[in-house]
Design a binder for this molecule. Sequence first.
Ligand SMILES: Cc1cc2nc3c(=O)[nH]c(=O)nc-3n(C[C@H](O)[C@H](O)[C@H](O)COP(=O)(O)O)c2cc1C
Ligand code: SF4
Ligand code: FES
Length: 618
Amino acid sequence: MDLKFTDDEPSAAERAAVDDFLGPATSGWSGGDRTATDLRWAQGGHEVRAERHLLLEVVHAVNDRVGWISPGALNYIGIRLGVPPADIYSVVTFYSLFSTKPRPSRVVHVCTDIACEARGSRDVCRDLEQEYGPAGAAQGWLQSPCLGLCERAPAALAIEAGNPPTEQVLAPVTAAEVSSTLRSGAPDLDTEPPSVMAVPQAGDEDLVQLRRVGRVDPESLDDYRAHGGYEALRTAFALGPAGVNREVVDSKLLGRGGAAFPTGRKWQSTAAQLEKPHYLICNADESEPGTFKDRVILEGDPYALIESMTIAAYASGATHGYIYLRGEYPRARRLLVNGLEEARRRGYLGENILGHGFSFDIEIRRGAGAYICGEETAIFNSIEGYRGEPRSKPPFPVEKGLFAKPTVVNNVETLVNVLPILTMGGPAYAKIGTEQSTGPKLFCVSGNVASPGIYEAPFGITLGELIEMAGGLPRGQSSLRAVLLGGAAGGFVRANEIDIPLTFEGTRQADTTLGSGVVLVFDDTVDVPRILLRIASFFRDESCGQCVPCRVGTVRQEEALHRITANGNDPEAYAANLELLRDVGQVMEDASICGLGQTAWGAIESAIDRLGTFSETK
Ligand SMILES: Cc1cc2nc3c(=O)[nH]c(=O)nc-3n(C[C@H](O)[C@H](O)[C@H](O)COP(=O)(O)O)c2cc1C
Ligand code: SF4
Ligand code: FES
């Protein structure tokens, strides 16, 4: 790798963005600086890498202000952080929200993922293509994977670079609205409907996780306290760290991020590690297509997450926490920034919290449009300023995680469960739901239902009951074709399988998965092969490329699906392509490093085997 700088210099705006974030440079931009930095790299060592963890945030700062990352900006960031520009280039090009080619300052990302596909995004894109040409940065609009706004599908996100930048959700969106945004700018963030709109049950007294959403002012710590906020933290301090862990173990809480790992065991193992410091990461990346539950908590009850993280840190011995937040959640970020500042100011974060001798603080780290960065070890690399590629396990995060220190990673929904666990007690919490899947669960219901949204229900509700809660199918005439459980990494079930109980064990028994709680409903108007092609292109796009089975397999899978859909009724060609799909799918499942490759074939396999998709081709 060439460690030398090119002669490209940063523009005034780029330099200001970096300096505003890192503080003023102590020496100017000169050849001397560059030589000195080249030398530091050649010598290597910890000091050189010490500031690298700021890389993603600095790149965001430039991108926010200018809209793309020029060679001059790469050079200047390199000088300031002591990171080779080639290395920064490899990081920047990893994330879809960044560009190393000039982009107009205003870009609209139009979601073409599965929930939006089921609700008309194709028509929006067709109209935009007619007006502006094929999607591309130069045209001002881009096609995007799921934006976490599936209940308001079809969705779009407008981003306008500037100081400050503006980001605006447009959902449900029409081509005319995208056009008017491209011409005259996005409306103000405050015009966005509140997150309570995504919670059709809002106000229901029996809710546990969602009880404050829509009732509490998400900007006010006092209002949070008036609605029972910070009672659980006081209980935690009275119980002590081991007591909190005991309650969480007794609650039998399983992680809600998709892997269903026992949370109490994770916290206890981390607490037992002698190596210090310990870190806590809240996984708020939420990029599984069809998932938007974490967004609703982050926007509707942000202090609940801050309090829960404080308790999790207390129990696991962590002194520093990160919220790894989806780059596409501007409102959640604004509310969290406000919440963290306020909690710090009022003694709920920082040194000696509420006088109990426990110190802990939280930083936000913004993702930048990479699904793989939701994988827990990919988050470590992303926060540390490297490409967000997963690490091999073992070592497991509880032993060697962020900065090679013991680390707890938990999903947003998992974390906020600690509040009812502590207020009602672990054993009482364990009585909600079923023996093996305890507590309330948030389900992300989208697609062809009358009232898409987040629904809270105890584990054990059947799929049919949940669809009924969401108002059933919207059009009287259409009938249920299939349901995708667990998102792109999940699997399809048939219309006659709606008695499946929604629990980890029930879905496993039915040979499918609950994943993170995606319930994407398709009526008989939906073109299933098209959905499968979208899923295949999603995995091809999002594979980090690190391991061969996934890097090559996701490409071959998509190609074979294209051939099947193009070849119509040729049974021989179908058989050959199906055999290839099965072979490639098996290799991806068996030999990929991480869950992305391991699950990339699951939904497609389930559509072929369970729904009989393409059966007319046989
Ligand atoms: C490709 C991939 C993407 C993932 N994305 C997310 C995500 O967006 N949010 C999340 O909480 N977990 C995600 N996970 C699961 C995490 O790796 C990890 O299991 C989880 O954050 C642990 O938290 P929990 O125990 O509270 O579920 C993903 C896993 C894989 C393999
Ligand atoms: S399975 Fe795919 S996403 Fe995961 S490490 Fe391998 S290439 Fe990357
Ligand atoms: S916002 Fe489009 S699929 Fe989720």
